[in-house]
Design a protein. Sequence first.
Length: 416
Amino acid sequence: MKKGITTVLAGMLAMSLLGACGNSSSDNSANGGSSSGKVKIEFFQNKAEAKTSFDKLVAKFNEANPNIVVTQVNPPDAETVLKTRAAKKNIPDVVGIGATDTFKSLATGGLFEDLSSDPVVKNIQPAYADMLKNYTANNQLNGVPFAANANGVIYNKAMFAEVGAEVPKTWDEFIAVAEKFKAAGKNAFYITLKDSWTTLPAFNALSSSIVGIDFYGQRQAGSAKFAGTINEVAQKQLQLTEYAQKDIFGKTYNDGNVAFAKGEAAMYLQGVWAIPEIQKANPSIDLGVFVLPATNDPSKNKLVTGVDTLLAVSKTSKHPAEAKKFIEFMLQPESVTQYITEQKAFPTITGVTQDDKAVEGLKEAFTQGNLVDFSDHYIPAAMKIDTLLQEFLQKKDVDAFTSKLDTEWDKVANRK
């Protein structure tokens, strides 16, 4: 009897094993693998201008890890796509995104792994790790800072020399430089307000130094209002438009990169992420970057910088070990150096420096720690601060704008 049962069980086991072998490719594929036995990892990132740089690094990783295939996904309007996928519980294995409101909502929603104690963070500069922890306020590190950016004023050195202008250190000096170019019949700034997001570099540079980041916590607590607090920021941003080309609302970010590259303006209110695109349009341009001097006190004029790209691992990834292996590769000094060199970004790991001459004007701020985070990172995405700024710069009513900021903030707060 025992022998009969054993024989039957052996037969059933053999059939089940054969069935498993016959279905192995489909099962593996369904779990993020492939018919070749390789593990598939989806790397979703939101920076269109960095796609080529990431393609190169992904190719290097895949070559060095023949059992893993990383595929980069970089769709238009990536953050909206990511939020849609999150609603469907379909988060990519590795997500590359800035420290935005989208990241905050997904992180606080428990969709990313806490990497606080993971070996991948051992070489991360504490300031950037703390920036992310403070931002999400959940006492977790839900993404590894990969690259930092900086938001300032890009300027054409040759045009500065032509009119005898020097890099300004105060707001009055900044306006005086703009007046010099206006008197010479040249555009001091190239402004591209057809793309609403391009309102943000100037807003961040002004508000983060004049008002400070703590204000947003006070606004959330109900102890402060935009009206009466942020008026100076609005007035100064509006003033800058007086020194730009005529059709500021008809030009896009891409238009601005090309126009600035061609010498159609002396200054460009953008972040360092625009430099590679400018240099593509004019490889011989001699440009630099300086901190936008938001006030007349140089000690208060801080460089706006933050986590431009962080790498997060989905809690639902079927291959977290391979996902982390990819992140480990990305954080190797060679990988970071390659990326920041191509993207004019700044490292978040120790032992790597940004030595490009184009951005050497920002080194002092980094060395002295005279840094501040992006203000718009603390404003709910649902407010659409960029479109509110765009509307304000058209209507030019400071009081109406600051009042509307309070109204829109309260609307979003009351939905929660």
